[in-house]
Design a binder for this molecule. Structure first.
Ligand code: UDP
Length: 346
């Protein structure tokens, strides 16, 4: 198919673009590089594939530009990854999240409407569920969506817009909302990886500590109502997540809107993640305990029954250490992330 990947220079978008290239799809990446990496684009350009690859540096909120790109490239389906993803930052700067995540998505949908592109796969999040009551865990898609931070709300608004738009367009538009849990790991061949600036995610932070790039790791809160007092999350490997996108892209051909949770269905505490990072790296990096981070719910893990039953999706990585291994491989060979490539190229 002819696929537009927004945010294709980012962590998840670049893994999706890579897989789509390898599967023989024509891929256009749009990214403004405000958070994405030019190095990821360079890695994608190096993949040998029969179908063309095209990179456009543009702001997704620029509706006219996006309309032109969709038309010129003959796009059939959009995978919309381009967004900001830091819960803490969203609490401090909510308007930027509504601008970058909600308003930009609206502009993209308007551009798709103008260009007559009728399929969209949207990167939603378990943060739309807020703080589900204990009886709702593991979390099914039917769980009430009451976000407790602007990040979750910025994504929930987009789900709502898509539902209303799909309703109005009938058979001409169908979307999938994939509600990601905690995405982790890297391409198993180490060609691309996770490189955020600033980095706030737990696993890369632990690995940076193992590399000696940070003095220690701080656990944000040890007084949560969880077995060891630290937050529990569901860590899904980025390649498994991309698999879910490929499966749902096929399913969308039928023209029916779909919503799926994407997680492995098992929760790990912050302490368990740190233990896994200690074990995989063999480095006993220092750990401190600190205050809770605003906006963090205690426990989030998925009930992945719907995606398993309807799309036959199953995570191939069901073990935290195996996920951390792939992230560690990338970090060890790219201790400064994509900056290493830039340095090597000079
Ligand atoms: N976390 C932590 N220390 C850190 C970074 C994260 O204790 O330096 C915790 C965070 O509070 C959350 C979990 O690790 O409970 C996962 O956080 P992350 O930022 O990786 O993903 P999120 O759940 O926010 O999407």
């Amino acid at each position: 198919m002819n696929v537009l990947v927004t945010g294709g220079a980012g962590y998840i978008g670049s893994h999706a673009a890579l897989r789509l290239r390898e599967d023989g799809h024509a891929v256009t990446v749009v990214d403004d590089l405000s958070r994405g990496n030019a190095g990821a684009i360079a890695a994608l350009e190096r993949i040998e594939a029969a179908e063309p690859f095209h990179f456009v540096r543009a702001d997704l909120g620029d509706r006219d530009r996006m309309t032109a790109v969709l038309r010129e490239r003959g796009v059939e389906v959009v995978m919309h990854f381009g967004a900001w993803t830091y819960v803490g930052e969203s609490v401090e700067q909510p308007l930027r999240y509504f601008r970058n995540n909600t308003a930009s998505a609206l502009a993209l949908i308007e551009a798709m409407d103008a260009a007559g592109v009728g399929r969209l796969i949207f990167s939603s999040t378990c943060a739309t569920y807020g703080e589900p009551p204990p009886e709702e865990i593991p979390i099914a898609e039917t769980c009430r969506q009451t976000p407790i931070n602007p990040y979750g709300r910025s994504k929930l608004f987009v789900e709502g817009m898509l539902r209303d738009y799909a309703q109005a367009k009938g058979r001409d538009f169908a979307f999938a909302a994939l509600r990601y849990f905690n995405v982790a790991g890297s391409d198993r061949h180490g060609r691309i990886g996770e490189d955020h600036d600033p980095e706030t995610h737990l696993i890369p932070i632990c690995l940076q500590a193992a590399l000696g790039q940070r003095p220690d790791v701080t656990i944000f809160g040890t007084d949560y109502p969880t077995p060891d007092g630290t937050c529990v999350r569901d860590y899904v490997h980025v390649e498994d997540l991309v698999d879910a996108h490929v499966a749902v892209m096929e399913a969308l051909r039928g023209g029916e809107t779909r919503v799926y949770n994407v997680g492995i269905g098992r929760g790990y505490s912050v302490r368990e993640v740190i233990d896994a990072c200690h074990a995989v790296t063999g480095v006993p990096f220092r750990v401190r305990t600190g205050a809770r981070r605003p906006g963090d719910p205690p426990t989030l893990y998925a009930d992945p029954a719907r995606i398993r039953d309807e799309l036959r999706w199953q995570a191939s990585y069901d073990d935290l250490a195996a996920i951390v291994e792939t992230a560690w491989r990338w970090m060890k060979t790219h201790p400064a992330g994509y900056a290493d490539r830039a340095r090597l190229a000079r």
